[in-house]
Design a protein around this ligand. Structure first.
Ligand SMILES: Nc1ncnc2c1ncn2[C@@H]1O[C@H](COP(=O)(O)OP(=O)(O)OP(=O)(O)O)[C@@H](O)[C@H]1O
Ligand SMILES: [Mg+2]
Length: 525
């Protein structure tokens, strides 16, 4: 008993001396010098006393470099995130970092700090050690932030299996979840600035969620399920030998929510978004470069794909020389929506380049990616581009139905039912209005209006009745035109028959020109 008391008193006095030396050194030495000595001091304390409290130590290095992986160790990052929870209460020395847009400050344990954690009644200790680079360990002028770190997990040997089999996987999983929650999502674009082979980004802060998307509920759930299944299918994709990526084609008239669905997908999965402007990509090499520069867990979007690629017109303008050089290189028109024929692009991205982009070898180098195309004219796209396997899921976004309207009414007016709903249901069945227009009509025109809900519904009814009337008039006119054309056609068809007989064998019509452009690369636009 006496021996034990003496042992502990000696330990106590050694610790007290070390603490005194440490405090003294910290006060009198210049901070640069103390910074480089601090690591040695803590290493001594740790190796002297660590054995008293633990039997097993597992080290998680910040960087890993071997034949399987080179870079920042994901386990280290996950542990860092896991330990950041409540670290302001658990550790006495802390590091502070600002988070998303300087909205708050996040604390994490500082170097050489110990945090105690508990798992199923077992106490473990986490120690953050900083390893100074050899070249710097003899230098007095050391920057505090340089050097590699490692987390050391310390626990009693009898808990070895529960710690390795349950606790560590739990920590990694929790850490990943925290990272996902805190992730600063980015929206990248390739057409800002001079260097168009580079992505530039802004913070992605789009409020769209699937809850607010007006769509038939089963269809919405199907999309969500599909996305969630995709994110959990790493092993499955490996097993079937496919790159872990999925293609979605969103099609439908303007204002039906294609862009909103993309934003909702990004928010659901916490993925970054790469908005690829194809008309700004010089050629296939640039396209490849851009793709390689995308990170995993991202959505690569090409909006209005039918406007980005219009190859048939360009082929007609190409010189014979160009065609001889490379019959497969089919330039893309650079044009904004609506000014299709005015401005020609120097871009030489081809359909085969684009297909390689989707399913080529190099597109498999980053995993967990979603490729998304949107179009207003699905029928104008080359079937090769959108076949299953490339665009795995085709999602049609259409005019507003009653179920979609209910989502909008809840969202915009906070109304789940109303006696005007039935009237709106009938009108929506009789006429076509996009969710964008329905939303616009529902939106209160002046803030704080008392009966905003009813006013919004009445506005919508008026707009629907007007749209119905316009559609009726159009249908009548079309019917009238058809009648007139029918009479005309009969007269013209006799003339055409005569002409066709005369021009047989010349083969110079536009149709013939188009026919010879039946390369696999040709987009049917
Ligand atoms: N299905 C929808 N659910 C909820 N809001 C919608 C929906 N469709 C359209 N909106 C509203 O209309 C606006 C325009 O929609 P969005 O930009 O998503 O349409 P789009 O289909 O991408 O149109 P375009 O083909 O012209 O690009 C959105 O900001 C949103 O407020
Ligand atoms: Mg859009």
């Amino acid at each position: 008993m006496e021996g034990m008391v003496e042992f502990w008193s000696q330990i106590g006095s050694i610790m007290a001396t070390l603490m005194f030396v440490c405090t003294f050194a910290e006060r009198v030495l210049p901070s640069r010098v103390w910074d480089s000595l601090e690591s040695y001091f803590y290493k001594i304390v740790h190796s002297l006393f660590g054995f008293l409290f633990t039997d097993v130590t597992i080290t998680f290095e910040e960087y890993q470099s071997d034949e399987s992986f080179h870079g920042r160790n994901e386990a280290y990052t996950a542990i860092e995130n896991y330990l950041s929870i409540d670290s302001s209460e658990r550790a006495s020395k802390l590091k502070a970092k600002t988070t998303k847009g300087m909205r708050s400050i996040a604390f994490s344990m500082d170097d050489y700090e110990v945090i105690t954690d508990e798992f199923e009644g077992i106490k473990v200790k986490w120690y953050l050690e900083k390893q100074l680079p050899v070249s710097q360990s003899i230098s007095w002028d050391v920057s505090r932030d340089e050097g590699r770190r490692c987390y050391k997990l310390m626990f009693k040997d009898k808990y070895r299996s529960i710690i390795t089999e349950s606790y560590i996987p739990y920590v990694i999983e929790e850490g990943k979840k925290i990272k996902k929650r805190n992730k600063f999502q980015k929206l990248y674009t390739n057409c800002n600035g001079d260097d168009r082979d580079l992505w530039t980004y802004v913070t992605f802060q789009h409020p769209a969620t699937f809850d607010a998307i007006a769509m038939e509920p089963n269809k919405k759930q199907e999309i969500i399920n599909d996305l969630m299944a995709f994110t959990k299918s790493k092993e499955y994709y490996n097993k079937i030998g496919k790159a872990w990526k999925r293609g979605y084609l969103l099609y439908g008239p303007p204002g039906t929510g294609k862009s909103s669905v993309i934003a909702a997908m990004a928010n659901l999965l916490h993925y970054d978004v790469y908005d690829l402007e194809l008309t700004a990509v010089q050629d296939n090499t640039s396209l490849r470069k851009l793709l390689i520069d995308t990170s995993k867990k991202s959505i690569i979007v090409i909006e209005d794909i039918d406007c980005s690629l219009d190859l048939t017109g360009q082929r007609k303008n190409q010189s014979k020389d160009d065609e001889n050089k490379d019959s497969k290189v089919l330039p893309i028109k650079e044009m904004a929506k609506g000014t299709r024929d005015k401005k020609k692009s120097k871009s030489k991205v081809t359909l085969s380049g684009l297909l390689n982009f989707i399913d080529g070898l190099w597109s498999a180098c980053g995993e967990e990616r979603i490729i998304l195309f949107t179009t207003n004219h699905v029928d104008k796209l080359d079937p090769a581009l959108i076949r299953r396997g490339r665009m795995d899921k085709h999602i049609e976004l259409s005019y507003c139905g009653f179920e979609a309207f209910k989502v909008l009414a809840k969202n915009y007016l906070n109304l789940e039912s109303h006696n005007l709903f039935e009237k709106i249901r009938t009108l929506l069945e009789e006429t076509r209005m996009t969710p964008a227009d329905v939303a616009e009509n529902l939106m209160p025109k002046s803030p704080g209006l008392e009966n905003a809900g009813e006013v919004g519904l009445e506005n919508l009814i008026l707009a629907l009745e007007k749209a119905k009337e316009v559609e009726r008039l159009k249908a009548e006119e079309a019917l009238k035109d058809d009648g007139d054309n029918g009479e005309l056609d009969e007269e013209e068809s006799d003339e055409e028959d005569d002409e066709e007989d005369g021009s047989e064998g010349e083969g110079t019509s536009d149709e013939d020109e188009d026919d010879d452009s039946s390369d696999e690369d040709l987009l049917k636009i």
